[in-house]
Design a protein around this ligand. Structure first.
Ligand code: HEC
Length: 233
């Protein structure tokens, strides 16, 4: 009963506008809520393609070279001469553990996922009979000398794009030199490049001296005449 009365009162009385106002306010509020929701949604939509990448990746991919890797790494020739050959070969044999899941290296060893690597140093790229190389590797050409092997082991996919060797690469020149040396001891016998540290340092000194000699000597004396006169008032 009381409910009926009140609703009638409102509908008929001068307060009828209050209801209208409430309804309107309700819609405004509703619109606001919907609007907020849409704004939030669209924000997600428009920002979805922006990479939200942390500055530092959580993991490091072996063989990926960082933009500023600090001091320049030594040359292959230097790396091949950092220790006696026998020690380097032993280090290479250890490092070759990373390759063993796909490669054998002894004479007559079976091909695995990758070809047998006996006598590979000095041999033609993709030159092991009986292995189905990728077309990209077959088309590459060249022979496996120290520098080619260095570049290949650093980043196989960069050296021969499309290669089917799924190996990220060895980021350390020391490891690459050791493995190349180990491979060279297995059925190959390429001469190891010589590296004379003093000669390299001497060349750098000479370049530095050249720089100083190039600076003009008569700079200061000239500028004396160029001093502007003090203005008189
Ligand atoms: C996941 C398997 C896999 C691993 C690990 C791997 N390789 Fe390979 N490797 C291959 C395959 C497959 C090929 C042939 C690539 C092609 O045909 O494109 C190959 C080719 C090569 C070749 C060229 C041989 C030739 O006859 O021209 C060399 C050299 C080589 N690998 C050395 C290494 C060394 C050294 C390591 C370890 C540091 C290594 N690979 C690790 C699969 C592998």
């Amino acid at each position: 009963m009381t409910q009926d009365n009140s609703s009638q009162d409102k509908a008929a009385g001068p307060n009828g506008g209050g209801d209208l106002f409430n309804t309107a306010a309700g819609w405004v509020l509703f619109a606001g809520v919907v609007g907020l929701g849409l704004a939030q949604l669209s924000k997600h939509y428009f920002e979805a393609d922006k990479p939200q990448r942390p500055e530092q990746l959580g993991y490091v991919i072996e063989g990926v070279v960082e933009a500023d890797a600090g001091p320049a790494e030594m040359s292959m020739a230097e790396a091949l001469n950092t220790m006696p050959a026998a020690e380097l070969i032993a280090a290479g044999e250890k490092a070759f553990a990373k390759c063993q899941s796909c490669h054998t290296v002894d004479q007559g060893g079976a091909n695995g996922i990758g070809p047998n690597l006996y006598a590979t140093m000095g041999k033609a790229v993709a030159g092991h009979a009986g292995f189905a190389y990728s077309a990209e590797m077959q088309a590459h050409g060249g022979t496996w000398d120290w520098d080619n092997m260095n570049a290949w082991l650093k980043n196989p996919k960069a050296y021969i794009p499309g290669t089917k060797m799924s190996f990220a690469g060895l980021s350390k020149i020391e490891d690459r030199a050791a493995i190349a040396m180990y491979l060279n001891s297995k059925g190959s016998n390429l001469p190891v490049p010589t590296f004379v540290a003093d000669a390299a340092a001497g060349a750098q000194d000479a370049a530095a001296e050249g720089d100083t000699a190039a600076t003009p000597v008569d700079g200061p004396s000239q500028s004396v005449t160029d001093v502007p006169e003090t203005p008189t008032r």
